[in-house]
Design a protein around this ligand. Structure first.
Ligand SMILES: NC(=O)c1ccc[n+]([C@@H]2O[C@H](COP(=O)([O-])OP(=O)(O)OC[C@H]3O[C@@H](n4cnc5c(N)ncnc54)[C@H](O)[C@@H]3O)[C@@H](O)[C@H]2O)c1
Length: 426
């Protein structure tokens, strides 16, 4: 790839915007295209469309190298490598909805002049189907592993870069490898189907770790153990490791729920019943319901009770609300007749579009005023520094369900709270 060759990015959401900004940061010209006209207009005016650390700084610094457009023609004229970053949400059946990927493919010629680099998470077999459809379209699978909240760091310093290409497309894989090599990380060169499976299997494994530790938490509650101690002891074993062993309300976000379901469906469609993953998904669903029981243990029926949700985003340092636990909890609480008040430092705007019947507070203090209970849903750092004694005095009943085992139970109890964690002794 020549030094001044422009990179095309199609779909400028979380992955696309980070991909565009980071390639610009390391010196490439980037033309980034999206069908969402409002999003492109905002980006052209320098307005950042997601809450993601460092993204604003990168966009400002590299403005000259970045072009935002709604015109696919611009991308096709200027770029040879087209990084496909469109969304692949679940369908009702749980399969990945590939309609957006397909609409991108439909816009591309098969004249051999362009190569599609698939960053979107797609089921194994997608690359092969696209190649059948467009035999002369060069294709590489290059799944994305960034984490929201640290996406820029993850992109610029990857653990590994997986590049899958089939016979005839090695030149694209070489070009993609050249782009990523300066970023460091292990390079995994493989075939397309294996690269596609690496992504799905990685997310399914991490989700499995979460559901596993949540089941250990539930057993710990029965036998008087503290799951945070259990996880600490387990995580020091190098074969296990400490990551993704935090018991809580379960996994959410734009990737784990849809990717586990998509892999389960992919297996099923191929004639294999993925039993373990079926349980992982079920455990995750049930985990949120346990919070209701914890509230009822202290308050009895929830009708008329005022319950505060601390944090709404699916995890801290993002305003992403996709599959957030707060969505399920607010609906269930209101289903039981509770009044829900919520506070999130950055996700309120997105949350307002999704949460019906919820009152929004401008601070944690305001949310807890007169509340019968609080549920810590997202472990935002600012919640650790609250004056919990003062907050206990402002609540009608100082009850806190710590859905992320984020706070120190002794400190909360000293502050006057009835504290309920997940898998911690009462
Ligand atoms: N968000 C993450 O943390 C993450 C991490 C790794 C992988 N992924 C995968 O990357 C993909 C994108 O995820 P995301 O979170 O960035 O999605 P997103 O919803 O934030 O962004 C997708 C963008 O694509 C645009 N789009 C849709 N159809 C289009 C089309 N035909 N042409 C041009 N643009 C189009 C949408 O308008 C949107 O802006 C998904 O497959 C996801 O599973 C996401």
């Amino acid at each position: 790839m020549s030094e001044n060759e422009t990179i095309g990015v199609i779909g400028v959401g979380w992955v696309g915007l980070v991909t565009a900004a980071c390639f610009a940061e390391v010196g490439h010209d980037v033309v980034a295209m999206d069908v969402d006209e409002a999003k492109i207009a905002a980006l052209r005016e320098g307005k950042v469309t997601i809450h993601e650390p460092r993204i604003e700084e990168l966009l400002q610094r590299n403005g000259e190298r970045l072009t935002f457009t709604t015109d696919m023609g611009d991308v096709l004229d200027r770029a040879r490598l087209l990084f496909c970053c469109v969304d692949t949400p679940p369908t009702y059946s749980g399969d990945a909805d590939l309609s957006r990927v397909q609409s991108v493919v439909d816009r591309l010629g098969d004249d051999g002049g362009h190569a599609l680099v698939m960053k979107s998470t797609v089921p194994a077999g997608t690359g092969a189907a696209i190649r059948r459809d467009k035999p002369d379209l060069a294709y590489v699978a290059c799944p994305e592993f960034l984490k929201e909240g640290s996406a820029v760091e993850d992109f610029l310093h990857p653990d590994r870069v997986v590049i899958g290409a089939d016979a005839g497309d090695e030149w694209v894989a070489d070009a993609v490898e050249e782009l990523y090599r300066p970023l460091g990380g292990e390079l995994v060169r493989t075939d397309v189907a294996s690269a596609e499976m690496v992504k799905l299997a990685s997310n399914a494994f991490l989700a499995t770790k979460i559901s596993f530790i949540n089941e250990i938490a539930n057993v710990s509650e029965e036998v008087g153990a503290d799951v945070t101690e259990v996880a600490r002891g387990m995580g020091l074993d190098k074969r296990i490791g400490p990551a993704f062993l935090q018991a809580g309300l379960g996994f959410g976000g734009s990737c784990f729920p849809k990717d586990t379901t998509a892999l389960k469906q992919l297996a099923g469609n191929s004639g294999y019943h993925f039993q373990l993953l079926t349980s992982v998904i079920e455990v995750n669903e049930l985990q949120k319901r346990r919070v209701m029981k914890k509230l009822e243990k202290h308050l009895g029926a929830l009708a008329g009770k005022r319950v505060a949700l601390l944090g709404l985003a699916f995890k801290p340092n993002t305003d992403d609300m996709r599959e957030a636990s707060s969505l399920v909890l607010s609906a269930r609480l209101q289903g039981e007749g509770a009044r829900v008040v919520a506070y999130d430092p950055v996700a309120e705007e997105r949350a307002r579009e999704l949460l019906e019947g919820v009152e929004f507070a401008g601070s944690a203090e305001e949310a807890l005023e007169g509340a019968d209970a609080a549920i810590l849903v997202t472990e935002w750092a600012e919640f650790a520094d609250l004056d919990w004694s003062a907050l206990a005095a402002r609540m009608a009943t100082p009850l806190l369900v710590d859905g992320r085992n984020f706070l120190d139970p002794a400190r909360l109890r000293d502050a006057g709270f009835a504290y309920e964690g997940i898998g911690r002794p009462g």
